[in-house]
Design a binder for this molecule. Sequence first.
Ligand code: 9D3
Length: 234
Amino acid sequence: MRIDVVTIFPPLLAGAFEHSIIKRARERGIVDIHVHDLRDYTADRHRTVDDYPYGGGAGMVMKPEPWFRAVEALRVAGNPGCAILLTPQGKRLDQGLVQQLAAEDRLILLCGRYEGVDERVREHLVDKEVSVGDYVLSGGEPAAAVLVDAVVRLQPGALGSSESIVEESFAAGLLEYPQYTRPPEFRGWRVPDVLLSGDHGAIDRWRRERQIERTRVRRPDLLADIDDVSETTA
Ligand code: 9D3
């Protein structure tokens, strides 16, 4: 998969893709990531990317021309790619959308800034608009970093065998069970006896129960989508 990110702050993203799983996936050739400066696609001497809003109002709006020049330059023949605008108005990112995007051959991510982006970019350039949640960021860059991380780890071969197991419970819509490591007692707080028992059937049941209980208390919205939980709890 190839991912291009267009931003007016490339340094905000550069480091985000140089560590851990994303770094390894790039080294293995599983994903090819490029960060581009939107100002490189301006045509004026001042490399202008924003302007005053028609109709007045506070703040600046990102001009359409640099976005069209950038995306059209990146969309090389035969492989248009899915252009995604990161915006608070977009569809909220969840694991289902991540899976959909992970199946694309090519993503072009547009990071907005200022008070917004000229509407013609949404209407005539981008294929999708994505938000990462209901809180206010200063721009699309942290959102792009989140999207890239979630998508890259789903690429075949990106994870080691021990890492991939962790994906299952979230994909199944449950939160994780509590985890412990040594020592068996720390400041008087003991690891639950069942985990030290060696009874793997009992351990599996205990973990499943904790997952369901924790999901019910913290994220009841997740349970609504699951069928097989009622069987386990019945
Ligand atoms: C406070 C300004 N808001 C009212 C006029 C609009 C607004 C514009 C631009 C709010 C935030 C931003 C910058 N955020 C993003 O570009 C963004 C974002 C986010 O803020 N939250 C969650 N996901 C995303 S994706 C891009």
